[in-house]
Design a binder for this molecule. Structure first.
Ligand code: 13P
Length: 248
């Protein structure tokens, strides 16, 4: 069985000494036989984290990338720049990128294509807003995000999906296990339509949104959940490692 993926999205937090300390502790205490741990620090801390994790088996990723290989894109980071620093993963289409930077499904698709062609595993984020959940549109919204955010080249070996309901991010609100299972199974069926059954069956689908040391056990045992994308609780080694230890 594939190990679960427990990914820490540090977002825009910390400084170099915090990154160094957090990554060192996770590398020292994280048992890679429980799960695959992945750290996604801010771009400015990637090299520090790479040095701190060394060959511990902890994976490294970026929080975003540009779709182009190089060029006049002030402030952006290319896939090649990430692989050059030892990254194996990149998060694309996080709801904070979609809302703060106006990223569309087409943008996410272009970034995912660049990531997989450049040798990274893309973690493609999807999720409905609170209004969409309340109006009964969650399955339709997320289904259409999945269908329009994935390039033809996406497969279970180069892409991971992350279901992050926008209303659960940083709020302490978590969907019920029934809602999580329903959505993960729905995502899998959309993947099967888009990419074919064989690829869909083995896709890792992470859950993200207020995952912590207390609720991880229940969430990670939910049908269709292949790991977690963790924000706030990934900024403390203790809670991040506890989430990893909760993997069934
Ligand atoms: P929180 O775990 O802080 O809710 O953030 C989730 C998230 O957005 C991870 O990408």
């Amino acid at each position: 069985m594939t190990r679960m993926l427990i990914a820490g999205n540090w977002k825009m937090n910390g400084d170099i000494s915090m990154a160094q300390n957090l990554a060192t502790t996770i590398a020292r205490e994280g048992d890679a036989s429980n799960c695959e741990y992945l750290l996604c620090p801010p771009f400015t801390a990637i090299q520090t984290v790479a040095a701190a994790i060394g060959d511990s088996g902890i994976s490294l990723g970026g929080q975003d990338c540009h779709a182009a290989e190089a060029g006049a894109h002030t402030g952006d980071i290319s896939v090649g720049m990430l692989t050059n620093l030892g990254c194996e993963y990149v998060i694309v289409g996080h709801s904070e990128r979609r809302s703060n930077h106006g990223e569309s499904n087409a943008d996410v698709k272009a970034k995912t294509k660049a990531a997989v062609e450049g040798g990274l595993t893309a973690i493609v984020c999807v999720g409905e807003s609170e209004a969409e959940r309340e109006s009964g549109d969650a399955l339709a919204v997320v289904g259409s995000q999945v269908a329009s955010s994935l390039p033809d080249a996406a497969s279970a070996t180069n892409t991971v999906m992350a279901y992050e309901p926008v209303w659960a991010i940083g709020t302490g609100k978590v969907p019920t296990v029934e809602q999580i299972a329903e959505m993960h199974i729905h995502i899998q069926s959309v993947l099967a339509q888009e990419l074919g059954n064989d690829s869909a069956k083995t896709f890792r689908i992470l859950y993200g949104g207020s995952v912590n040391a207390e609720n991880a056990d229940e969430i990670l045992r939910t049908d269709g959940v292949g790991g977690a994308l963790v924000g706030g609780a990934s900024l403390k080694a203790e809670s991040f490692l506890a989430i990893g230890r909760s993997c069934p």
